[in-house]
Design a protein around this ligand. Structure first.
Ligand code: ASP
Length: 355
């Protein structure tokens, strides 16, 4: 009845309400593939996700992109649900993107900022989360300076947990939106050469990209000075290069990272100018790249340091496209984790009824 009423008002909304559709797009051939069921109620990282899981999130996001093009940018998929943004570190894009994604899906949103909370009075992460849970929240989106904080949380609360960046560890929705953007422009990722350039040691964006890209068949190159490469880099599924000019001409994608000065304890660079000369994506260096190379950056940008303004704002740059795509990707993630949690509840209710 409700479905029929929604269909009358807006067939698109009804589609989303009913769940992700078997749509066929430029980069999606799901019609012919066996039906896949998403079962994870948490998204903690991309390292453990299978190819099918990654593609399912990306295909679901394709369906959600359309909502942002409507005059009334709303769907009822998370109506009656509550999401909290539990941010212990600063954020511009990620936090606002999650807030907007949740509100486009009609969820209520609580904004939590550690600096303005009882954390400053000594409350632990677990207690903070359990107190918020006692108010009936369904999804916790957490950003924390300690790697593993979202994993810990997922073990002590019932709500869905989504990692919005944990220390140097992972930033799965950034990895997904980067991959979504590449896929949107190039279709299949298999065989694409992607360089991730800069401060790899302190970058959670790099790690999520490495895992996701590798699983989907891209070839990943890490480029930067040895002092900004993490220990154990040889165990990652990547090639390491310390000379940007040597490989730039072969790359299909250049993902430029910010130097995370706020996380760097001791000096790792002789000088910022020297770094820029060797690893910055300057106008001059761009001349050596493929004509159609995709230039990415997760933001915030330090213009003139890791990337020149002319390149950041130039025709190859997808920086703002990445931000727009982040919204669709986050809508997909919130939708999927919530549905997995609802399915689990249904299954346990069924078991209780049977007893
Ligand atoms: N915004 C990204 C992050 O939170 C990248 C950066 O800060 O440089 O990791």
């Amino acid at each position: 009845m409700l479905q029929k009423a929604i269909e009358k008002i807006d067939p698109g909304v009804a589609k989303i309400e009913a769940g992700p559709q078997e749509t066929e797009t430029k980069h999606s051939k799901r019609k012919s593939e066996p039906k896949f069921t998403w079962c994870r109620k948490h998204l903690l990282g991309l390292q453990d996700l299978s190819r099918e899981e990654l593609l399912h999130i990306l295909d679901t996001a394709v369906g959600f992109e359309e909502i942002s093009r409507r005059s009334i940018k709303k769907a009822p998929a998370l109506r009656g649900k509550v999401m909290v943004n539990l941010f212990f570190e600063d954020s511009t894009r990620t936090r606002n993107s999650f807030t907007l994604a949740a509100s486009r899906l009609s969820a209520d949103v609580l904004e939590f900022t550690a600096k303005a909370s009882s954390v400053s009075k000594g409350e632990t992460l677990r207690d903070t989360a359990r107190n918020l849970e006692a108010m009936g929240i369904d999804i916790v989106v957490i950003r924390h300076s300690s790697g593993g904080a979202p994993h810990l949380l997922s073990q002590c609360i019932d709500a869905c947990v989504v990692n919005a960046g944990d220390g140097f560890h992972e930033h799965p929705t950034q990895g997904l939106l980067d991959i979504f953007t590449i896929r949107q422009l190039r279709g299949d990722l298999k065989g694409l050469k992607v360089a991730i350039v800069g401060d790899i040691t302190h970058s959670r964006v790099a790690r999520s990209n490495i895992w996701g890209l590798h699983t989907l068949g891209a070839e990943v190159f890490l480029v930067g000075p040895a002092t900004l490469m993490p220990s154990g880099v040889n165990q990652l599924p990547v090639s390491v290069c310390h000379d940007f000019d040597e490989i730039i001409g072969q790359m299909d994608v250049l993902n430029m990272l910010r130097i995370q000065f706020e996380r760097i304890g001791s000096p790792v660079l002789p000088s910022v100018r020297e770094y820029s000369r060797l690893f910055g994506l300057t106008v001059d260096r761009m001349k050596r790249a493929k004509k159609d190379v995709i230039v990415m950056h997760p933001g915030p940008i330090n213009r003139g340091l890791e990337i020149d303004s002319e390149v950041a704002d130039g025709p190859n740059s997808t920086i703002l496209k990445q931000v727009s795509n982040g919204l669709a990707v986050r809508m997909a993630v919130l939708f999927l984790v919530n549905h997995a949690a609802a399915d689990k509840t249904k299954r346990s209710e069924a078991t209780v009824e049977m007893i």
